[in-house]
Design a protein around this ligand. Structure first.
Ligand SMILES: Cc1cc2nc3c(=O)[nH]c(=O)nc-3n(C[C@H](O)[C@H](O)[C@H](O)COP(=O)(O)OP(=O)(O)OC[C@H]3O[C@@H](n4cnc5c(N)ncnc54)[C@H](O)[C@@H]3O)c2cc1C
Length: 542
């Protein structure tokens, strides 16, 4: 009989444990979890704090009693693994309730200890109103503070996925919310010009954002921080500080046991999640992944990869066989008030840094045909390699239908799709659901037009002294345009083309790029030598 021990009893750990049981009815399976709960829904924590998931118990997907009765898994909460003796195959365990210790032997060990919140080394970081959100216990502390102290203001340091989910949750709870972000824009996995729309949404809901501005000091006392001081000297009065500046993989156990830590700082594993010790696996936020586009080892701390890796490692540990794991794309989605914001694959900067011959395409189609009630625009940015035509990544900001498009895009990228293949995907269509030319098709068409020289897309920073032609309607033009732009609405362009200087390089633009492309085609076939279309149109700029 083999004993499989799993360290960490949440996403990756419990997936490993249950899969191991399904594969091996004889194995002894022990899960060590230092927290008070197993299988809790980390991803649901902000929504309980928002009041949308009413009962805390709904966040508990399982309990030690349930996993014992169904799976005969011995899940021990409040027990921390302190060290691993690889030679003797022993784990030193501490019962946190009475600080007693014991040795637990293993045949196969799966490390699923997750990641810890990064806590900046500064004074007052331990004050009672400086909070984190990683665990049930963290959530309970925030909830108690919200109920007991009736705070009015919260400052969220870190505008990543969890920071923004909490911003929305705290607005729901009636707090004044400020988000501080060190990067130029919130949501660093999203390219800055796309994240701008997220900041607009936050502002629309009263959330103040201080971007490009890091945390300098927590001002107050050891008991209570009263102000957050930013790098530029701004001081924000606050009742609660939530630190949400990222996570660091929990690798101490692995490091001390002599397991290899990869260049990303997480535990290096093979395609079966094995570390350099074939009897020890690592999964989830603590383990490295291979990025599906760059092929490089990296860290992608998300629930999907953790669950899949746990399942794989559990099977392998229980049966010595499993289907090898696949690379990861970092596909993610977050709701920010009324917006859905999603990403997959490489962002533009990362794609360049990885040596791809990068170009981008932007479109602003509706999620379904305009004539069917409820049509809403979504903005798509496609990142591709203009030499090979390979789709490298995509980002979508919109309302309904964003989830479906990002998953289709992730699927396409996963299978190595080119723009041509994306453009010819056979997707479902009826007026309620989409368009005969799906938003993803439109993005691929724009990219293919650029790649095939049918269109020359430029971004605003590439416009320099060109003749600017605004082909929107006079009303749109009057509502705001670029200085020096000439307005000739698209429908009048053929008749009025003589008003333009054919010898000057010309940049055409409309609201989102589509009318601009038609105008570009008219001009480039009317003797204009250098015509370019502003990517994403005027809507990208305001
Ligand atoms: C608030 C929040 C919202 C999130 N939302 C999303 C989302 O919407 N989508 C998404 O994809 N991802 C989301 N995530 C990330 C996702 O939850 C993680 O990527 C995932 O849980 C990682 O799984 P894991 O098993 O590696 O680690 P975890 O699920 O964190 O589990 C690790 C466990 O190991 C335990 N442990 C650590 N060291 C020891 C030790 N020495 N001994 C015993 N036990 C130990 C810890 O107590 C912890 O419970 C969210 C995370 C948080 C915190």
């Amino acid at each position: 009989m083999r004993r499989i021990v799993i360290i960490g009893g949440v996403a990756g750990g419990m997936s490993a444990a249950t899969r191991a049981r399904r594969m091996n009815e004889q194995a002894e399976i022990v899960v060590l979890e230092k927290g008070g709960y197993i299988s809790f829904a980390n991803c649901g924590l902000p929504y309980h704090l928002a009041g949308r998931i009413e009962s805390e118990s709904e966040l508990l997907l399982s309990t030690p009693e349930k996993v014992w009765s169904r799976f005969r898994i011995d899940a021990r909460v409040g027990q921390e693994a302190l060290s691993i003796d690889r030679a003797k195959k022993l784990i030193r365990v501490k019962r946190l309730s009475d600080a007693t210790e014991y040795d637990l032997p293993y045949d196969k060990l799966i490390l699923a200890p997750g990641a810890s919140a990064i806590i900046p080394p500064m004074s007052n970081v331990d004050a009672a109103n400086v909070m984190l959100l990683r665990t049930m216990e963290d959530m309970q502390q925030i909830r108690a503070r919200l109920a007991g102290q009736q705070p009015r203001r919260i400052t969220i340091v870190g505008g990543g996925f969890i920071g923004l989910e909490m911003a929305e949750a705290m607005v729901d709870r009636g707090l004044e919310v400020t988000v501080v972000e060190k990067n130029a824009r919130v949501l660093p996995p999203i390219d800055p010009e796309m994240a701008k729309f997220v900041e607009d949404e936050l502002a629309h809901h009263g959330v103040k954002v201080f971007a490009n501005n890091g945390l300098k000091a927590l001002v107050g006392s050891k008991d209570r921080v009263t102000h957050v001081e930013l790098e530029d000297g701004t001081k924000l009065e606050t009742d609660i500080v939530l630190l949400s500046i990222g996570v660091r993989p929990n690798t101490t156990l692995a490091k001390n046991a002599g397991l290899t830590i990869g260049g990303s700082g997480a535990i290096e594993v093979d395609a079966y999640q094995r570390t350099n010790d074939p009897d020890i696996y690592a999964v989830g936020d603590a383990a490295e992944v291979v990025h599906g586009v760059s092929g490089k080892r990296t860290r992608i701390p998300l629930a999907g990869p953790a669950n899949r890796q746990g399942r794989l490692a559990g099977e392998h540990a229980a049966s010595d066989t499993a289907l090898a794991g696949q690379s990861v794309l970092g596909t993610a989605i977050v709701a920010v008030f009324d917006l859905a914001v999603a990403v997959t694959g490489l962002g533009e900067k990362m794609a360049r840094e990885n040596g791809f011959d990068v170009d981008t395409a932007y479109v602003l189609p509706n999620q379904h045909v305009a004539y069917y009630p409820g049509a809403e625009a979504m903005r798509i940015k496609l990142i591709y390699d203009k030499t090979t035509g390979k789709v490298l990544g995509g980002q979508i900001v919109g309302k309904s239908g964003v989830d479906k498009r990002i998953d289709v895009l992730a699927t396409a990228i996963n299978f190595g799709a080119t723009l041509e293949q994306l453009a010819s995907l056979d997707l479902a269509y009826a007026p309620q659901f989409g368009a005969a030319k799906d938003p993803l098709h439109m993005a691929a068409f724009v990219a293919l037009n650029q790649m095939r020289g049918k269109s020359h897309g430029v971004t605003l920073d590439q416009v320099n002294g060109d003749q600017l032609l605004d082909v929107r309607t006079p009303d749109e033009f009057a509502a705001g345009t670029f200085s020096g732009a000439i307005n000739i609405p698209l429908d009048d362009l053929r008749a009025r083309v003589g008003e333009l200087d054919r010898t000057r390089p010309t940049v055409v633009f409309c609201h989102a790029g589509q009318r601009g492309f038609v105008a570009e085609r008219i001009l480039s076939q009317s003797g204009f030598e250098q015509v370019k279309n502003l990517k994403g149109g005027y809507s990208m700029t305001n």
